[in-house]
Write a protein that binds this ligand. Structure first.
Ligand code: IMP
Ligand code: MG
Length: 178
């Protein structure tokens, strides 16, 4: 529970999100054609984005999940990543689309992409619901971006603060009152 007084300022409405997800889904249908792609969601944050995305896609896809823990403060990762649940499908020779909630420093997703390259996929792409370039510490190639949000700590639509607010249908910026 968050005990400190705070507000959540709207950033993305549920309608804006659904419209963008539909656009991304039709782009992915075109660009990932020719092999049944594996959509690999990164738990927990990407669960809502992934489930909306696959329901809008027409291509046959397979879905799997991995789970990473990156240590640091509650609002910032330090790049020390461990994997608490690996992907279970064999990715050898497959078209793999990693579906992330947000790329912030980039440290977590860079670790994951390196790990997945060792599984020898035919193609490895990255789709992130949000790209937040302000605090980027390492170069990341995000192939598909839902929204670019310049700054702020975001919650909702899968994104949490201390496990709260993942269930909000839109995205907002969490602000603590001083
Ligand atoms: P990284 O800094 O790019 O390594 O981000 C690591 C993870 O921190 C992301 O996958 C998110 O789960 C989480 N994260 C980063 N920024 C935010 C945010 O603004 N709100 C909620 N979670 C975030
Ligand atoms: Mg995440």
């Amino acid at each position: 529970m968050i005990t400190q007084e705070h507000t959540i300022d709207p950033v993305l409405s549920p309608e804006q999100i659904q419209e963008r997800v539909a656009e991304l889904a039709s782009q992915l249908d075109k660009e990932l054609r020719g092999g049944e792609p594996v959509l690999l969601g990164v738990l927990n944050g990407a669960f809502m984005f992934l489930s909306d995305l696959v329901r809008q896609m027409k291509l046959p896809v397979q879905v799997d999940f991995c789970r990473l823990a990156s240590y640091g403060s509650s609002t910032e990762s330090c790049g020390k990543v461990t994997m608490s649940k690996d992907c279970e499908l064999d990715l050898t020779g497959r078209v793999v689309l990693v579906v992330e909630d947000i790329v912030d420093t980039g440290l977590t997703v860079n670790w994951l992409m390196q790990h997945l390259r060792m599984r020898k996929p035919k193609m490895l792409k990255l789709c992130s619901f949000i790209d937040k370039p302000e605090r980027r510490e390492t170069e990341v190639d995000v192939d598909y971006i839902g929204f670019t949000v310049p700054r702020g700590f975001l919650v909702g639509y899968g994104l949490d603060y201390n496990q709260q607010y993942r269930n909000l249908p839109g995205v907002g910026e969490l602000k603590f009152c001083s």
